[in-house]
Design a protein. Structure first.
Ligand code: ADP
Length: 978
């Protein structure tokens, strides 16, 4: 049988555990080698068995650092006979042991006990190390001024430092203790929110938040960062680090406030500048406008020269004010450039056109050449004009004699296409030491002292060029001249020139140097240039070109026959434009049909000449005047606008403030509104909003709105754009600017369908009619005409009666049966003459009869009378209501007259509803009677139409005539303020 005790003894002998088993009277039953080693007993363990341990105790105690304590522990254990474990005792040699005491019982009686000693020196050392580093760590935590703390997964505090204690005490008055819920450190009101954050962090996400203690009555801010404590993959708690950011925030706020204050001050400054410059410009503009108008009246030479001087001085002042404003805008970083398509060559030519006379006056030769300049590029036309104006203006100003050569060149570079404007003069030049300076503000060169100037222009110019991402370069030699080059990158919208024509341009100049640039102009317009150097050549070439001739350009002083004679001789020849290029300002056109332009010849002028009809179509513009509402509080500007618009053939009605403009604006009476942005009581923006809202509500057509403003900041401009304006015009308003913007915002061209099977006839009529301001749609036969009329709803149809397929007679008949063709003015063209031919044309419903061959003037005149006399278009507001021309006695009665007519409208509506045609006719007849003497010819015309419509029981025409009458009366009342 196996001796268990022996085996166990062997096993225990191997353990690194000192064992001593004793009987109750301390006789040793078992021990092992580690025990002997521990107490320094030289004998083998077996030798100890049977010995009494009590005798050895004193010896053994010597091994301990505190023998007394050891003996006391042994005595206590023996006396109590209760087990204990892991009593840690230091040994005399510095090691540590742990002692277990195990009483042994057999059958419930105490039979002895075992002592177990483990050497735990290493563990004790490690633990001591941990304690030390923990203490260091805690000291670190403790000593930071930032509150730090941690909680366990039940959100109970584990660790925290004094800063946290202070924080807690400040927030809730609670002095934290380990193991207490963190909630106690959070004020009631915020407990829920913060606890939620802790819980979120326990889900594993870090969190940061700003602890604003001001609500808790503490004027501090803490940035708190909570992070999960992970043991393996589980989150066992949360550490919180925080930082007092009160001061940082305070500083940041101070900085922000300071920045805002600075920005506000800057805004105020530019607002002020914008405002004051508006205040200065408004009266100045009014003065310029008035002087402008006065200069067009009959004046004697002295008056004229005084006014001209007033004008040029006001303009100089205006320029100065604009410069100062621009300059301050650039300084404030508020110069925003526009990016819309413009024609760069036209912009430069415009400047040359404007400055050319000054150069001529000084006897300077001004030349212009353009090379590879695209038709349209993207950018800010107005600012580009400013650059050109400054550079060319300076060249003229600082050059006493000699020449100025302006070139505009499109270039391809590695960085993309660029556009260079180069201005070379033979003037005073700029010294080397001044060359950089002249670009800074208020700087002027020494040599320029005698000329007046502010030194702002070039500074603005170079800033503008820089804003356009370009650069400006300067070469100069003192006393010899200067060479300025402004180069900007460009994005090309259209390569070709905007309007291209076809045909031959006959160019005649004794100076061959002119013919090069002139040919370039012709070619770039799509014309074939033919050059001549004397008058006999000129005559020959004009005759040779014949039908292909598009334009004749002649330099004054061409040797040979006088130009007037040539023109007269060739009079039957063509109705093409003739341009005379003069070298002096006082040159006069030798013949009424020859237009005068000045050197240098500009493409814009040629283009304009090509677009305007020749002399036999004098006054043949088919465009009608627009009905325009002007709302402007400044009286002089208002008068200026109304006057300018009326002169341009429009019908303008003015209102002095936004409130009064509201009613007319919400109606159908106008083609366009011009609103001032800044007005007391409703400004232009509010008015625009109101109109757009009204359009939305009623489905009324969109009224083009032009906004004018004297101190438009970018902000204003944006707001105006947002509420839906169509164009923005900065003041100063010039007449040209006003007319230009109208041209852009309003299409007043009538649409005419031209139907003829002969291509050349169609083409000829198209050219005539386009030149007269119509939009032309060509149809090759009757079918196409029917289709195009339905599609385009034109204002008139020019119809060849003799066409193969569906002829004009059939076409007209069919058209008259459609709702869109019923009232269309149809001009029937036929090769047959005589009463019978005429009768046939009218029989199918044509409104006019024209016999071929037809002259341009006849065609345009007939078309015009058809267009505006009839029903298709109307001059609405009673363009003819010219109260000034009505007898004074009668003028007083106009309100009553209008009142009566209102009643007629009611009566007509009732009669129309009941189809009482007799009554419609009677009222129509009455309308005819007095209309003219009250200044309402159109009311008379309507009376006639009503009579006719009633005759034919034509319900539709009657209704339209009544509506029309209604509109006229409303507009008239509005206009007369009745
Ligand atoms: P201003 O002409 O009003 O003095 P600018 O800023 O346009 O101001 O020009 C600054 C200065 O540069 C001018 O005063 C003049 O001395 C010099 N300058 C500019 N253009 C020329 C030029 N083409 N020839 C000679 N000097 C010029």
């Amino acid at each position: 049988m196996l001796d268990v005790r022996q085996h166990l003894g062997a096993v225990l002998g191997y353990l690194d555990l000192a064992i001593l088993v004793e009987t109750p009277d301390r006789e040793i039953l078992f021990t092992n080698q580690p025990f002997c080693d521990l107490f320094g007993i030289p004998a083998p363990p077996q030798a100890l068995i049977g010995q009494n341990c009590g005798d050895m105790a004193a010896n053994s105690a010597a091994a301990f650092a505190d023998p007394g304590a050891f003996l006391a522990l042994i005595d206590e254990a023996l006396a109590e006979a209760k087990p204990f474990a892991a009593r840690r005792l230091p040994l005399a040699d510095g090691r540590w042991v742990e002692l277990d005491y195990v009483p042994i019982h057999e059958d419930n009686s105490y039979v002895g006990h075992a002592w177990l000693y483990r050497d735990v020196s290493e563990r004790a050392a490690a633990e001591a190390e941990v304690r030390r580093s923990e203490a260091a760590l805690l000291a670190l935590v403790e000593n930071t001024r930032d509150p730090l703390w941690s909680v366990d997964s039940r959100l109970q505090l584990v660790n925290f430092n004094t800063a946290f204690r202070r924080l807690s005490e400040q927030r809730t008055g609670w002095s934290p203790v380990t193991g207490a819920p963190i909630a106690l450190a959070i004020p009631e009101a915020r407990r829920h929110r913060e606890a939620a954050i802790y819980r979120a962090v326990l889900q594993g996400r870090s969190h940061e938040f700003l602890l604003d203690l001001r609500a808790d009555g503490v004027d501090r801010l803490f940035d708190v960062h909570l992070a999960p404590i992970r043991v393996g993959t589980t989150v066992t708690g949360v550490t919180a680090t925080s930082r007092d950011v009160t001061d940082v925030h305070h500083t940041a706020r101070l900085l922000r406030d300071a920045k805002e204050a600075a920005e506000e001050a800057n805004r105020a400054k530019s607002d002020f500048l914008a405002h004051i410059s508006h205040e200065l410009r408004t009266p100045l503009n009014a003065m310029i406008g008035m002087v402008d108008l006065t200069l067009e009246t009959r004046l004697d030479a002295r008056q004229r020269s005084y006014l001209q001087s007033a004008q040029s001085n006001s303009e100089a002042l205006l320029g100065l004010i604009s410069d100062v404003l621009d300059f301050s805008k650039i300084e404030a970083g508020e110069m925003d450039l526009e990016r819309s398509p413009f024609e760069p060559r036209e912009v430069v030519e415009e400047v040359l056109h404007f400055l050319g006379p000054q150069a001529l006056r000084q006897g300077l030769e001004l030349s212009f050449q353009a090379r590879s300049v695209p038709g349209r590029i993207l950018g800010d036309a107005q600012r580009y004009r400013q650059v050109a104006m400054n550079l060319i203006g300076n060249a003229i100003k600082y050059t006493e004699k000699g020449r100025i050569d302006v070139t505009l060149v499109g270039q391809r570079t590695a960085q993309g296409p660029t556009l260079m404007l180069r201005v070379v003069d033979t003037g005073i030049g700029i010294a080397v030491e001044d060359r950089r300076r002249v670009f800074s503000r208020f700087a002027r060169s020494r040599s320029s002292r005698r000329t007046s100037g502010t030194g702002l222009g070039l500074s603005i110019t170079s800033s503008l060029v820089e804003l356009m991402a370009g650069r400006i370069e300067l070469d100069s030699e003192l006393g010899r001249g200067s060479d300025f080059r402004a180069t900007i990158p460009m994005s090309v919208v259209q390569d070709e020139p905007v309007l291209a024509s076809t045909g031959v341009a006959v160019l005649a100049s004794p100076h061959t140097s002119d013919l090069g640039p002139w040919s370039e102009i012709a070619t770039s317009l799509g014309l074939t240039p033919i050059r001549c150097t004397d008058s006999s050549e000129l005559v020959k070439e004009v005759l040779r070109a014949r039908r292909d001739l598009a334009v004749v350009i002649v330099h004054d002083g061409l040797p040979g026959t006088p130009l007037a004679r040539i023109r007269e001789d060739l009079d039957g020849m063509a109705s093409v434009p003739w341009l005379l290029v003069a070298r002096t300002l006082d040159a006069e056109a030798p013949h009424p049909s020859i237009s005068l332009v000045h050197r240098p010849l500009l493409r814009t002028e040629v283009r304009r000449a090509l677009q305007t009809p020749g002399d036999d179509a004098e006054g043949s513009d088919l465009r009608r005047g627009a009905r325009i509402l002007v709302v402007e509080d400044h009286e002089d500007s208002r008068r200026f606008m109304v006057d300018s618009l009326r002169r341009a053939g429009h019908d303008a009605v003015a209102q002095p403030d936004g409130a009064r403009a509201l009613a007319p604006l919400m109606g159908y009476g106008f083609d366009l509104a011009i609103l001032d942005l800044d007005m007391p009581r409703r400004d232009g923006i509010e008015l625009t909003e109101a109109r757009r809202a009204w359009e939305l509500r009623t489905g009324a057509p969109r009224l083009p709105i032009v906004m004018v403003s004297g101190h438009a900041t970018e902000d204003h401009r944006k707001r105006a754009q947002q509420v839906g304006i169509d164009a923005f015009v900065p003041k100063p308003l010039t007449r040209q600017r006003l007319i230009d913007v109208l041209d852009r915002s309003l299409d007043l061209r009538p649409t005419v369908v031209v139907a003829d099977d002969a291509a050349e006839a169609r083409r000829l009529w198209s050219i005539w009619l386009s030149a007269a301001g119509a939009r032309v749609v060509e149809a090759r036969d009757g079918f196409e005409a029917l289709q195009l009329v339905e599609q385009h709803r034109p204002d008139a149809l020019l119809l060849d009666m003799e066409m193969p397929g569906l002829d004009g007679f059939e076409t007209a008949t069919r058209l008259r049966r459609t709702s869109w063709g019923a009232e269309l003015p149809i001009l029937g063209l036929t090769g047959h003459t005589g009463a019978e031919a005429r009768r046939r044309v009218f029989a199918v419903g044509c409104s006019a009869y024209l016999a071929k061959p037809i002259r341009r003037g006849t065609l345009v005149d007939e078309l015009r009378s058809q267009l505006w006399a009839g029903t298709q278009t109307d001059l609405g507001l009673g363009a003819d209501v010219d109260v000034a021309h009505v007898d004074e006695d009668i003028a007083e009665l106009i309100p009553f007259y209008l009142e009566e007519r209102r009643a007629d409208v009611e009566r007509l509506r009732a009669a129309h509803a009941q189809q009482s045609w007799d009554q419609v006719r009677a009222i129509g007849h009455r309308l005819k009677g007095t209309a003219a003497s009250f200044g309402f010819p159109e009311v008379g015309a309507l009376g006639k139409r009503l009579e006719q419509a009633a005759q034919g029981s034509d319900e539709e025409s009657t209704r339209r005539a009544i509506d029309r009458l209604d509109a006229i009366l409303q507009a008239a009342r509005l206009r007369l303020g009745a």
